[in-house]
Design a protein around this ligand. Structure first.
Ligand code: ARG
Length: 590
């Protein structure tokens, strides 16, 4: 291939389409008064089957647009990088050389996945975050309160972000900040004396504590002495009274154990389980003292607050009248402790947009306190999920959601008796596909919007659903199994990828595969999974359109059959990578 100059911010060793883009930029800058970098910044992916498109007006070149275009077109010479250029209104569409593109893309995928010298699959990754550390705090349910779908959304989006940052070279610390502190634990402790049962607790701690919480809450409504007892109890907890803390410790540990199992089911893992209870009294006191000396605190009826009206953030109460801490104070102290411990370059909080004000308040307080790292705190918010109740009623617990996803999917699969019988472990498979369905429906929706969950859509194998994606992956994985005489494939240098150039569908697939590293980069910019979901569906569609024309079984020409299998194997790698990025477990069989 003709050699190319380098352009800052590109890395052809990780994204070979960069080379093709540079080749186009080079032609532009040779024909027009543009530097290579200026030209490069104008080369975008095309729409509707065009490879790359340049919107000429953006360069603001003096003179008529037709003349500018003519300069590019007249001097154009096709080569191994670029095949053709056409003018379409004010756009120039460039078509890359089909044979080179297919070969370069597939070989790059192969060398960074199946034939990777380290055994690690790195296609799609980049080094943009090298040397940097990020804490991603997500899920963060409240012990003894319900795990609502908002927590599920935080879990799904947070797990995606953790994978994404890793793919971009960051060191990632996944953190779960449990709601394991606050007056409600005084209430539960009071309730436990009345309603608690060791056996129930051992059976399902999360559920039992929740039941107690509901029951004692009811009592408290009609009997003020219950509330008073609860407040007293919590005060003792805050003061570190070991007797008051004993039960709470056990509850917390049991709840974490149960959550850990459920997270494992969801393919989600935390490096650190912390919680509101772990925020040290000393760091909160020190923070309040600092706020006090800086003159930022005002007194209101015994409570202490920080005036944030100037920023339209209201008044932030940081300490209650009785001296006990609150949610906001714990977040302030918690952030300070985390910085001291981890020296992060960035800290992300994945929390529902219902808490926009809370997050903005404590970010602002930290900024006012003069912490330079306050600017590195990021709130990734998301909208509400509506309609996620099981057939038995409203969902309260994570394990109910997981179970329902498995059941719904299992029933769906049983409708096709023949296929069902062929599945090795149908319950397990149904569960995995069901979870995929839930996650995909969540991540396909734009993060910030509200969306309505739909079990019927989630379980369908048709349309842009989780089951459809798993099915696409399974089908790809089955090709090698069904054509054992072709495997193992010879090394990439011996595969005649040029034989694929005659198939338009093969070209489409290869080009799409080539865009994956950019899909990852764009996701990093938008901090959201929906673009990756869209990519996975586009790829799955491109593959399913190819089945009839790019056939492997029945192909008599051995070299052609090999080249096609190679294409599908590369497609499987990339679809699998995109699915794993979305925290899914791609299935091999179903
Ligand atoms: N446990 C909280 C809730 O369920 C969410 C915690 C969000 N994180 C934070 N640092 N405030 O509402």
């Amino acid at each position: 291939m003709p050699s190319l100059p380098s352009v800052p911010g590109t890395d052809p060793t990780k994204c070979v389409l960069d080379s093709f883009r540079i080749a186009i930029a080079q032609k532009l800058s040779n024909a027009l008064p543009l530097t290579l970098e200026q030209a490069f910044s104008g080369v975008d992916y095309g729409k509707k089957g065009e490879d790359f498109t340049v919107a000429l007006p953006r360069f603001r070149i003096p003179g008529k647009l037709e003349e500018t275009a003519a300069k590019v077109i007249d001097s154009f010479q096709s080569d191994e990088w670029v095949e053709a250029v056409v003018l379409d209104k004010s756009f120039l569409h460039f078509r890359v050389n089909t044979k080179s593109m297919i070969r370069e893309v597939l070989n790059q995928i192969d060398s960074l996945t199946r034939s990777s010298p380290t055994g690690e699959a790195t296609y799609g990754t980049n080094d943009s975050g090298k040397g940097k550390k990020v804490i991603i705090e997500y899920s963060s349910p409240n012990i003894a309160k319900s795990f609502h779908v908002g927590h599920l959304r935080s879990t799904i989006i947070g797990a995606f972000l953790a994978n994404l940052y890793k793919a971009c070279g960051w060191e990632v610390i996944s953190m779960n900040y449990l709601g394991d502190w606050g007056t409600q634990f005084g209430l539960i402790a009071t309730g436990f004396e009345k309603y608690g049962s060791q056996a129930e607790l051992e059976k399902d701690a999360i559920k039992h504590l929740f039941d107690i919480y509901v029951a004692i809450n009811k009592d408290a409504e009609s009997d003020p002495s219950v509330k008073a007892a609860a407040a007293q109890w919590f005060k003792r907890m805050e003061d570190g009274d070991e007797d008051a803390l004993k039960n709470w410790r056990v509850w917390r540990e049991m709840s974490v154990k149960k959550y850990e199992k459920e997270y494992e089911r969801l393919n989600v893992k935390f490096d650190v389980y912390t919680g509101e209870s772990k925020v040290g009294k000393e760091s909160m006191d020190a923070a309040l003292e600092k706020l006090e000396t800086m003159g930022l605190i005002s007194d209101s009826d015994g409570a202490k607050l920080v005036e944030l009206e100037k920023w339209k953030l209201g008044k932030a109460v940081v300490r209650k009248k009785d001296g006990t801490s609150i949610y906001l104070t714990r977040d302030i102290g918690g952030a300070i402790e985390r910085y001291e411990k981890y020296k992060f370059d960035k800290m992300i909080y994945v929390v529902s947009s219902q808490q926009d004000l809370h997050l903005a308040q404590f970010f602002k307080v930290l900024e006012l306190m003069g912490f330079p790292w306050a600017k590195d705190l990021v709130h990734i918010n998301y909208g509400l999920v509506q309609g996620m109740s099981t057939r038995k009623g409203t969902v309260v617990f994570l394990d109910q959601i997981i179970k329902e996803a498995g059941n719904v999917m299992h029933e769906q699969m049983m409708k096709n008796e023949e296929k069902y019988k062929a599945v090795e472990d149908p319950e397990e498979t149904a569960l995995e596909i069901g979870i995929t369905g839930v996650k995909i429906q969540d991540m396909a929706a734009k993060r910030i919007g509200n969306y309505t969950f739909n079990w019927d859509r989630m379980k369908s194998f048709e349309g842009d659903t989780g089951p459809y994606l798993q099915y696409a992956h399974v089908r790809l994985a089955s090709i090698a199994r069904k054509n054992p005489t072709l495997t193992p494939l010879p090394p990439s240098s011996e595969i005649q990828t040029e034989l694929l150039a005659q198939y338009a569908h093969a070209r489409d697939i290869a080009f799409l595969l080539g865009t994956y590293p950019d899909v990852v980069k764009v996701a990093m910019k938008t901090q959201e999974p929906s673009g990756v979901v869209t990519f996975a569906f586009r790829l799955a569609h491109a593959i399913s359109s190819a089945w009839d024309s790019v056939i492997v079984k029945g192909e008599e020409d051995l070299e052609k059959a090999r080249a096609k299998l190679y294409l599908y194997e590369c497609a499987r790698e990339v679809l699998g990578a995109a699915m794993r990025l979305l925290s899914l477990r791609p299935l091999e069989r179903m």
